[in-house]
Design a protein around this ligand. Structure first.
Ligand SMILES: [Zn+2]
Length: 259
C-alpha cells in the first residue's frame, strides 16, 4: 500500500542526506525534519542510524502531539525540540506557513560559537543576505530544564530567545530590534539560532531550505570567527548596507535572482 506520507518522507530523507554532503555533521549527529502544515505532521530521521544507510521507510512520521503515525524505528532523540519549534513558529503568528523544515547539526564553527556562549554579530553581506540581525545564542538550560523534558526545554529556550533575546544581543545587530506580534526576532526572517553549550538549529520553508540555512550559518560563523581574528574590534556592518542586502533578496520589492 502506498504511504500517504511518501512525499514528506522523501523530502526528509533527501534533506538528511544533505547533512553529510555539506560536511555539517559526522556519524549519526544531526537531524532534519519536514513538516506538512495542512496535515499537522512531520517526518524526521530515526535515532542513531548512519546517513549513508538511511532509507525512505526509516523516516518516522509524527503528529504535533508527538504520536507516531507512520514508521517502525524510534525517531531522533531531538524530536521534541522540532515539535516545540513547529508549534511555536509554523502554526500561527508572523511566521505561519513559512517554516516547513528544521535542521539540527553540530557543525564546527557554529557549535564553537554556541560553546563560547556568544551570539554571532552581523559583520557582512553574506550574513545580511539571509537574516537582518545577528544570530542569537539561547542561554544554557537550567538544571531543572535538563532534568525535566530536556529536548522540549531546548525548544522552549529557543522560542524564548526569539521573544526576549538576551540584553547584550542588541550589540550583535545593526538594525534596531522591533517587536512584531510576540516576536523580537521573527522566526522565518532569522532562520537560525545557537543553543549555548550545544549547537545550532536552522529552519526554512521546507526541509531542503532548512539544511541550506544550516550550511549558511556554518559559513557565517566561520567568517565571523576569522573577521575577529583579523581585527578583534570588528563592528557590526552599517545598518543601511544590512538593510539593502536583506531587502533586495527578501523585501517586498526584492530583485535578486531570476523571475
Ligand atoms: Zn545536538
Amino acid at each position: 500500500m502506498k504511504s500517504p506520507y511518501k512525499e514528506l518522507k522523501e523530502e526528509a530523507l533527501l534533506a538528511n542526506k544533505e547533512i553529510p554532503a555539506r560536511g555539517l555533521a559526522m556519524y549519526t549527529w544531526g537531524n532534519v525534519s519536514a513538516f506538512d502544515a495542512a496535515r499537522g505532521v512531520f517526518a524526521i530521521k530515526p535515532s542513531g542510524v548512519e546517513y549513508d544507510k538511511l532509507q525512505i521507510d526509516d523516516m518516522v512520521v509524527l503528529d504535533l502531539d508527538g504520536k507516531c503515525v507512520e514508521g517502525t524505528l524510534r525517531p531522533s532523540s531531538d524530536t521534541p525540540t522540532h515539535l516545540v519549534l513547529y508549534r511555536a513558529f509554523a502554526l500561527e503568528g508572523e511566521s505561519k506557513g513559512k517554516v516547513g523544515g528544521i535542521t539540527h547539526t553540530h557543525s564546527t564553527f557554529a557549535t564553537a560559537w554556541a560553546q563560547a556562549q556568544r551570539s554571532i554579530p552581523i559583520f557582512g553581506t553574506t550574513h545580511a543576505d539571509h537574516s537582518p540581525n545577528g544570530v542569537v545564542c539561547a542561554p544554557v538550560l537550567s538544571a531543572e530544564a535538563v532534568a525535566g523534558d530536556y529536548e522540549a526545554e531546548t525548544g522552549k529556550a529557543i522560542v524564548e530567545a526569539f521573544k526576549n533575546p538576551p540584553k547584550d544581543f542588541a550589540k550583535c545587530c545593526s538594525l534596531p530590534l522591533k517587536k512584531r506580534g510576540e516576536w523580537m526576532l521573527v522566526p522565518h526572517e532569522n532562520p537560525f539560532v545557537l543553543v549555548a553549550g550545544h549547537g545550532p538549529f536552522a529552519w526554512g520553508e521546507n526541509a531542503h531550505k532548512s539544511v541550506y540555512n544550516a550550511a549558511v550559518l556554518e559559513e557565517v560563523a566561520k567568517m565571523a570567527f576569522v573577521s575577529l581574528s583579523v581585527n578583534p574590534h570588528t563592528n557590526p556592518l552599517a545598518s543601511y548596507v544590512v538593510d539593502k542586502h536583506y531587502q533586495r533578496k527578501h523585501g517586498k520589492n526584492a530583485y535578486y535572482g531570476q523571475k
